[in-house]
Design a protein around this ligand. Sequence first.
Ligand code: ATP
Ligand code: MG
Length: 458
Amino acid sequence: MIMRFLTRLGIRIKSKPTIAPASTYGVSAAGVSPGALQVIERLQAKNYQAFIVGGAVRDLLLGVKPKDFDVATNATPEEIKPLFRRAFIIGRRFRLVHVLVGAETIEVSTFRAAKDVSDPEADEHGRILSDNVYGKQADDAARRDFTVNALYYDPVGEQIWDYLGSLKDIKARQLRLIGDPETRFREDPVRMLRAVRLSAKLNLTIAAKTRAPIKQLAPLLSNVPPSRLFDETLKLLLSGYALATLSAMRREGLHHGILPLLDIVLEQPMGQRFIELALADTDERVTSGKPVSPSFLFATLLWHEVLQAWEARKQKGERPVPALHAAMDEVIERQGERLAIPKRFVGVMKEVWVLQPRFEQRSGQRPFRLLETERFRAAYDFLWLRCKSGEMPVELADWWLAFQDADAERRADMLKPDEGRATGNTRRRRRPRKNKGAGDAADAAVDAAPQSPAAASE
Ligand code: ATP
Ligand code: MG
């Protein structure tokens, strides 16, 4: 077999693939979406090569239902577009085509070549900044990240094309980076996150040589643009295996680059319990097909940092509510240096945080007003996690659950006595500052609620 070397990348690739019948591996066109099948049939009818590629082939081989189907072809975007009624050329860095078939969007990309790290378009750490060159199918295989992600499946001819010994790795359930691991991680540090995410999600072992350089190279994640890190992290959190992935990331030392303070949070038993509960809950929702809110997730990941910053400000004598707002901004800003959470998510996160102290006010009209706020549901779910993790008494979450369901008469009975004469917006400024412990969310009950449950629970 003729071998070619993409020398600097340490990639050894056959110029001719091994072609295996798909049926040998239990894969058939029945597992492919109708849209993808239609796109491939049309391209092949016009004498182009067309395959399912990447994650979908890997998933089919592992017996997992693919999320989406990407197509790779030797046709250029300009050749692809006119073959379909609804097709759009997208992307500036690398142009590809989105073909709309029914409700599906199929991403069709032209075989692409790997760029060399000695190229001027790499940064000083070897990170690739541009890779817009078409290539042969073998080049397209070589530029991919893991061998198991570099297979080509032709659902018409029922064949799997393998340039890199990928099928062997599938069989061994092994995640192996194509080429020299250190070089390939330097080219794109996000591959380290992908290694951990894919291994946790698909129960694959990261090959020893692939895994070896990760700890040392983990700091390179700080060179990745914060918006890209957000996309990758979101993918990770919504994978249905967030808890397992995050634990694996901690093991490999990868979380520093993403959620810099997660370490500190996870070292406190309460912070750890809070995040674990939130992630387990999310994983459960994802696996049972329920929607998950990214804002809610990021709100949970950062909550204990907000709590700490809030507490510190209160200790300095700042008033609870302004202190909470300042603490939120502080944490969001610190976070944004590494991983940029889009503004629309930040808005919702803050709404959920800001409502938290209001759950401690259970007298007069306040509970009714809280019930009517737009974010009540999310804020309540958040409160539930706080109670469940031990930050607040469970009684508080139970009370709110009962209050939501109760009729008017029962609600009136449930209200706590209105303490003092503090009504409306009258603030009590003369509150004596006693030495309270940490995590004192009760202090935020600005409108005077001395018998706050958090205080009682200490
Ligand atoms: P998922 O199932 O989570 O979508 P995936 O492997 O399909 O996993 P995508 O981001 O959809 O992930 O990428 C599609 C394909 O593009 C991959 O299978 C891989 O071949 C290639 N790819 C993605 N990211 C990289 C990367 N950082 N470097 C090299 N190749 C990549
Ligand atoms: Mg994919």
